[in-house]
Design a protein around this ligand. Structure first.
Ligand code: HEC
Length: 433
C-alpha cells in the first residue's frame, strides 16, 4: 500500500512552504521514531541508495559535501567548514532502485524512472562552530571523520526532492531546501528547520543581462535580479543571508542569479540544473564526461556578455528522461543513482570483470578510464570496503526483496554499508524528548 501523500493536495506555487512542510513531515513521521537509523529498522520502507560506500565517511556513512567557504554561512566565519550529508529515499522511490538492481551483478539503467510520490530527503551537517555560525545553536549533531579527526557536525540544511505529476509541464520534479536557524535553542526541534526555497523549473530564459557587477560589489538586495517564476524563496531568510554575504563581498545568491539552492550549495548552480545531469555514461570512472559551470562563465555574464551555450545548456529545462549528453541514459534527477552506477562500473573495471550492464551507447569524449591493476584502481578497491569482497555480486539472502514489487529494505542497507555500523547517533535527541 502506498503511504499517504498529503502534499499533493497543496498547490506548490501558491503555498510552497506548506507543500515543503508536508513532504518533510512524511520523512519525520517515519524516521524520527527510529532516529533515522534505516539500517537497523528497514521495515518503514525508506532506503539508502546502493553502491555509494566509497563516497561515505567511515563513522556513519555520510557523504562528503561541498565546503562552505569563509563568510558563506555567516559574517563571523573565520574559515571554511566541511559539510557531510546523508540522503534517503521513500518506498516509492526505492522501487526504481529495486528494478535497477534486480540483478545485482548486471544493473539495468534503461528507463530508470521514479513513480509519482517518490521522495528523497537529504540531511546536511556542518562542522562550523557556534562562534562562527551562531544560528546553528541546539541543532542535532552527528560524529564525522573530518580530515582524519573525529568532529561533531550539526544539521544545517535539509533538502527534499519530490516526483509530482503537478510539475510535469517542466521537469516532473520539485526540489526544495530547509535551513536550521535558532540563535537560542539548547535542544533540537524540527520547528527550527525553516523552508528556505522551492524550485520546479530552471527559468531557462532568464539571464540578467546588463547587471555589470564589478568584482565584490554585489547589489544591496535581491530585488536587483530579474524575477524568476519557477522557484520560491522565503524572503526573510534569503534577504538575511544576502545582506550578510554582501557585507563581506561574497556572492549573495545561493543559486545562480537567484535560482534555488541552499546556503551550503554552489552559487553557480541550482538544485534542478545539477540534478538534471544524473545519467549513466556507461563508463567505469569517477570522473564525469562534461564540465559543470565554472565561476569564469558567470563572471562573463556579470560583465555584460551573453551566457555561453554550455552555461545555458546546464540550466535548460529537460524532462526526466532526457540526458544532458546525447547517447547517455538519463537517471531521473537522482545523483545517488548516478554515483552508484559509476561506482559499480569502476569496480567492475578495476577487477578486470567485463560486466558493464546496459552500457550506454555514448561515443563522445570520455574521461580517463580506470585500468585494472593501476594505483587508482587499488585505491578505489581499498576504499570500497566490505561491499566489494571477493565475489562479483554479494548474493542476497533472499532474492525476492529485490523484485520491483517490494521495497528492497535491508538488502539496500547491506549493499550501502557492507556490514559497517550504520548508526546515526543524533546525540541531542534524548535531551529533546
Ligand atoms: C552542484 C551539484 C548539486 C547541487 C547544486 C545540488 N545537489 Fe543535491 N546532490 C548532489 C549530489 C552529487 C548528490 C548525490 C550524493 C549525495 O547524496 O551527497 C545529491 C543528492 C541529493 C539528494 C539525495 C537524492 C539524490 O537525488 O541523489 C537530494 C534529495 C538532493 N540532493 C536535493 C538537492 C536540493 C534540494 C538542492 C538544491 C537546494 C540540491 N540537491 C542541489 C549534487 C547537487
Amino acid at each position: 500500500m502506498s503511504p499517504p501523500r498529503p502534499w499533493e493536495a497543496i498547490d506548490f506555487k501558491l503555498q510552497p512552504a506548506q507543500y515543503m512542510q508536508a513532504v518533510l513531515q512524511s520523512a519525520i513521521t517515519d524516521n524520527d521514531p527510529i532516529q533515522w537509523q534505516l539500517g537497523k529498522h528497514p521495515v518503514n520502507g525508506w532506503v539508502h541508495a546502493p553502491w555509494m560506500a566509497q563516497d561515505r565517511d567511515p563513522f556513519n556513512g555520510l557523504t562528503f559535501e561541498r565546503q562552505s567557504l569563509k563568510f558563506e554561512l555567516h559574517p563571523n566565519q573565520t574559515q571554511g567548514h566541511t559539510n557531510y550529508a546523508v540522503g534517503i529515499y521513500n518506498a516509492i522511490a526505492a522501487r526504481a532502485f529495486a528494478k535497477m538492481w534486480a540483478d545485482p551483478a548486471d544493473p539495468s539503467t534503461v528507463d530508470f524512472a521514479m513513480e509519482p510520490g517518490a521522495v528523497a530527503v537529504k540531511l546536511l551537517f556542518s562542522t562550523a562552530p557556534d562562534a562562527e555560525v551562531p544560528y546553528l545553536k541546539g541543532s542535532i549533531s552527528v560524529d564525522v571523520c573530518d580530515d582524519h579527526v573525529q568532529r561533531k557536525a550539526r544539521l544545517a540544511q535539509v533538502d527534499i526532492a519530490v516526483r509530482d505529476t503537478d510539475a510535469n509541464s517542466l521537469t516532473g520534479w520539485l526540489f526544495g531546501t530547509f535551513i536550521y536557524s535558532s540563535d537560542t535553542a539548547t535542544t533540537f526541534s524540527w520547528s527550527d528547520v525553516h523552508p528556505f526555497t522551492l524550485q520546479w523549473g530552471n527559468d531557462k530564459d532568464v539571464w540578467p543581462t546588463g547587471l555589470h557587477i564589478p568584482p565584490d560589489a554585489f547589489p544591496a538586495t535581491a530585488a536587483a535580479l530579474p524575477a524568476l517564476s519557477e522557484s520560491w524563496y522565503d524572503p526573510f531568510y534569503r534577504d538575511r543571508l544576502w545582506a550578510w554575504r554582501v557585507s563581506k563581498g561574497v556572492t549573495p545568491w545561493t543559486g545562480l542569479f537567484g535560482r534555488s539552492n541552499g546556503p551550503i550549495d554552489n552559487p553557480v548552480s541550482s538544485c534542478l540544473s545539477c540534478h538534471n545531469t544524473a545519467a549513466d555514461f556507461g563508463h567505469g570512472s569517477d570522473e564525469l564526461p562534461f564540465t559543470r559551470p565554472a565561476p569564469a562563465w558567470v563572471a562573463e555574464v556579470l560583465a555584460g556578455t551573453a551566457p555561453r551555450p554550455e552555461l545555458k545548456s546546464y540550466f535548460e529545462t529537460r524532462g526526466a528522461d532526457v540526458p544532458i549528453l546525447q547517447g547517455t541514459l538519463a537517471l531521473d534527477y537522482s545523483l545517488q543513482a548516478m554515483k552508484g552506477i559509476l561506482n559499480f562500473r569502476a569496480w567492475a573495471k578495476c577487477r578486470g570483470d567485463n560486466v558493464q550492464g546496459d552500457i550506454a551507447p555514448y561515443t563522445g569524449p570520455k574521461p580517463k578510464d580506470l585500468v585494472a591493476g593501476s594505483q587508482e584502481c587499488e585505491r578505489f578497491l581499498q576504499a570500497s570496503g566490505d561491499v566489494f569482497a571477493d565475489t562479483l555480486a554479494p548474493p542476497p539472502d533472499d532474492n525476492s526483496v529485490m523484485s520491483s514489487e517490494a521495497p528492497p529494505g535491508d538488502l539496500m542497507d547491506d549493499l550501502v554499508f557492507g556490514g559497517r555500523d550504520t548508526q546515526l547517533p543524533m546525540d541531542q535527541r534524548s535531551a529533546r524528548e
